[in-house]
Design a binder for this molecule. Sequence first.
Ligand SMILES: NC(=O)c1ccc[n+]([C@@H]2O[C@H](COP(=O)([O-])OP(=O)(O)OC[C@H]3O[C@@H](n4cnc5c(N)ncnc54)[C@H](OP(=O)(O)O)[C@@H]3O)[C@@H](O)[C@H]2O)c1
Length: 344
Amino acid sequence: MISVGILGGTGYAGKKLIQFCSAHPFVKDFEVYANTTADENLYSLFPDLEGTIEDKKVLSAKAISFDHDLYFLTLPHGEALKYVPALISKGKKVIDLGGDYRLDFEELYLQWYHLEHSSSYLLKSKVYGLADFDKSAYTDVQLVANPGCYPTAILLSLLPLVKGFGDEILSVSCSAYSGTSGAGKSPKSEFLLSEMEGNVKAYSVNSHRHEPEILQTLYKNGFHSPFAFTTHLLPVAVGIYATSFIHLKNNVDETSLQKLYKQSYAESPFVRIRNTPPELKWVINSNFCDINISVKEKKVVVTTAIDNLVKGAAGQAIQNMNKLYGWDESLGILQKEVTYAAFS
Ligand SMILES: NC(=O)c1ccc[n+]([C@@H]2O[C@H](COP(=O)([O-])OP(=O)(O)OC[C@H]3O[C@@H](n4cnc5c(N)ncnc54)[C@H](OP(=O)(O)O)[C@@H]3O)[C@@H](O)[C@H]2O)c1
C-alpha cells in the first residue's frame, strides 16, 4: 500500500487522478496540492464527485509534504522543474504528466519549450512511460515522463509499422484532432463555446511541442523518413483522433499488417485493433487506445482514438504507477466486471 501526492490535482488531468487513486486497491491515501485552489475542498471544486471520493482540503504546493511514496505532477510546463529534483533526491518515485522531462536533450527542451532546463541530468535516467509499447519492468525506475496525449495515440498507432517496416517507409503524414480539454482548465477566449461550437481549426502548424516527442521515439525504433504532423481543435470537450498516411516503397498485405499489430499488442489489454476506423465514442472515459489499419497497395492509413485525459494522461499514469510497483498494469483502470446487486 502506498501514499500518493498529486501536485496540480485540481486540474483536468488531476481530477481523473483523484478518481483513479480513490478507487485503487493499493493506494492507501493521497493528498492534493495546488496553487490558487489551495484550502478549497474537493467537493466544492468537483461537486459531481461528492459521494464517490472522500472530501479533502486541497493543500498548498508551496508546503508540499515529502511523506508520500509516489508523486504525480500534473502542472503547467516549467512548474515540474521546481519540484522533481527535490523529490528524486529524497528517494521518491515521480510520474510527471507534463512535458518537462519527456525530451532526452536540454537543447530540444529549450528549442520547443523556450525554457532552460534546470535538471537536465534527469533527462537521461527518466523512463518515457509509453506503457502499452514498453513492456520492460519499471521496478528500478524513479522518474517516469508520462507521454503527451497526441504522442500516446500516434506512437501506439505507428510503432508496430515502424519497427516491422522501417526501411520500407517513404513518408508519414499525420493529421491529428483534439477536444478543448487538451489545453487545460485556464480560460482562453479561443476555447469559448461561442468560438468552438460548429468549428474546426488547425493550430500550432509546424510548431507543436509534441512533434519532437513523437519523432524521438520513432527514431529510437528505426524510423528515418520524412514526417509531417498537424494538429486541429475539435468542437468537443474530450478526445484525440489521429489519421496517419504512410507511403511505402512496395505493396503490403493488409492481413499481415493487422496480424503484426495484434502480435505487437498481444500483452497490452488497453490497445484494441479494430476492423473499422475507430470512433471517439468508443474510447471516451476509458484507458483504451483503438487502432485500425487499412491498406491499398503501397498506401497505409492508420486511424486511432483515445481519451486525452485518461489514456493520454491520468489512465496511462496509473498504468505507469502499477508498473513502478510491479503490480498488474491494469489494476484500478480496467474494470472487467460490474456486478449489480439487484441482478445477482
Ligand atoms: N489536458 C490534457 O489532455 C493533458 C494530457 C496529457 C498531459 N497533460 C499535461 O498535464 C499537465 C496538466 O494539464 P491539465 O490539462 O490538467 O492542466 P490544468 O487543467 O490547467 O491544471 C493545472 C493544475 O496545476 C495547478 N497549478 C498551476 N500552477 C501551479 C503551481 N505553480 N503550483 C502548484 N500547482 C499549480 C493548477 O492549480 P490551481 O488552479 O489551484 O492553480 C491546476 O490544478 C500539463 O503539463 C499538460 O500538458 C494534459
